[in-house]
Design a protein around this ligand. Structure first.
Ligand code: PMP
Length: 413
């Protein structure tokens, strides 16, 4: 028999649960290095100058911002054209051809997570319930896939002893007992850059080998691009995986290519939930309208339509050349602060297991600390890392970096 008493307790969220514990910690030296939110050198979460200026524009032009009615199910039409232009003409000019051929299904989503949720619902309803996810990965990948109908989630080995291991990864895909095929495809999550949690990304030669294999196996790529700009500081440059995979001379993706994109980090629009899902469809004119219609049906059933304000801010930034230039500067500045903190950490922590620090990319430092060492850091020193040893670099600044390094040294001595 079913009843409300059958609902078991779910484990607390691995990351957000730690923030609750941090908030109730009384130690004045406590440091929260868990969530991936950019903080400046004063430990403040600030609005990017480009975004603040866009907000002023919205305030001054009531006609841009007074409409509190619903957005369409698939989001604002301006957002769609601005973001498609930004992603598929500017970041990845290889995408222009697909836009010109009207082969990209697009919806505005509740940030990157919303894009992953809608994509996985569409795939599990009509295409496949099997997904490959890197091990390790962002913990929410499995959760989102499972919640949206995926039955078979297969980890692929991403790291071996703290280093990238592409050979093992590709072997695992090739040797799977039930292989992906064109008539029975499976999908695979790829981190576009700044792999979370490790910060370690394949080189472009390795990506070629990976994409070739994925293509041969008829796997459907789901490119998760949550950190565009945080890898090199250059928003365009960081879309390299998108550029590579849209090379039509080399790849055709007969079951489509999915791009889940987020403005949470690179525009600092975290809580406004601004992002997108693009589905690049094969060249058959019946596919895009079918997919458009199913995406709308899924969104309607989930949350009806996305929120308006954040997308209006993004629209102003993306469509005003002065603000767009400022945005590129803002991203560069965030990146350079993260980079300088990373370098300082690498200098301070002269451990063997840290040989890769300077090869890591993005907002995090993957420390290699064990869950029990992370536990000691938290319980004895009030330094909060994720249990997988991931540390958010922007939580460090001149007032706490020495303390954190000393504590990390203590737990590893
Ligand atoms: N994918 C990865 C790998 C992430 O790290 C994140 C952010 N933590 C997301 C997707 C999506 O985040 P959001 O929904 O805030 O855009």
């Amino acid at each position: 028999a079913s009843s409300i008493y059958n609902i078991p307790r779910a484990p607390p969220d691995r990351i957000l649960g730690l923030t609750e514990r941090f908030n109730s910690d009384q130690n004045p030296l406590k440091v929260n290095l868990t969530v991936g939110i950019y903080k400046d050198e004063n430990g403040q979460v600030t609005t990017l100058p480009s975004v603040a200026r866009a907000q002023t524009v919205l305030d001054q032009h009531e006609e841009l911002n007074t409409d509190l009615s619903y957005l369409p199910i698939s989001g604002s039409a301006d957002f769609q054209s601005n973001v498609l232009q930004f992603l598929f003409r500017e970041s990845a000019p290889q995408g222009a051809q697909y836009l010109d051929e009207d082969r990209i299904s697009f919806i505005q989503t509740l940030s990157g997570t919303g894009a992953l949720a809608v994509a996985s619902k569409l795939l599990s309803l009509f295409v496949t319930k099997t997904a490959w996810v890197p091990d390790p990965s962002w913990a929410n990948h499995c959760n989102v896939l499972q919640n949206n109908g995926f039955k078979d989630i297969r980890p692929y080995p991403y790291l071996k002893n703290g280093s990238l291991n592409v050979e093992q990864w590709l072997q695992e895909l090739q040797n799977a007992p039930v292989a992906s095929s064109q008539s029975n495809p499976q999908c695979i999550i790829l981190h576009a850059c700044c792999h979370n949690p490790s910060g370690i990304d394949p080189s472009s030669e390795q990506w070629t080998e990976i994409l070739d294999t994925i293509h041969d196996l008829n796997l459907i790529p789901i490119i998760d691009m949550a950190y565009q700009g945080m890898d090199t500081g250059d928003l365009y440059k960081d879309a390299y995986l998108l550029r590579m995979s849209l090379d039509s001379q080399r790849y055709c993706w007969p079951n489509g290519l999915f791009l889940c994109q987020s403005f949470a980090k690179n525009m600092g629009l975290y809580g406004e939930r601004v992002g997108s899902l693009s589905v690049v469809t094969p060249p058959d004119m019946t596919l895009k309208p079918n997919i458009d219609s199913q995406l709308k049906k899924i969104v309607r059933g989930f949350y009806s339509s996305p929120p308006g304000y954040g997308s209006r801010v993004a629209n102003v930034v993306l469509s005003t050349s002065e603000l767009k230039t400022q945005w590129f500067e803002d991203v560069k500045k965030m990146h350079s602060r993260l980079q300088s903190v990373r370098t300082k950490m690498a200098e301070r922590l002269n451990w063997n297991c840290f040989s890769e620090i300077n090869g890591q990319h993005g907002m995090f430092l993957y420390t290699g600390l064990s869950p029990s060492q992370v536990g000691i850091l938290r319980e004895n020193h009030s330094v909060y890392l994720n249990s997988d040893g991931r540390l958010s670099l922007s939580g460090l600044n001149s007032s706490n970096i020495d303390y954190v390094c000393d504590c990390m040294q203590k737990v590893t001595d």
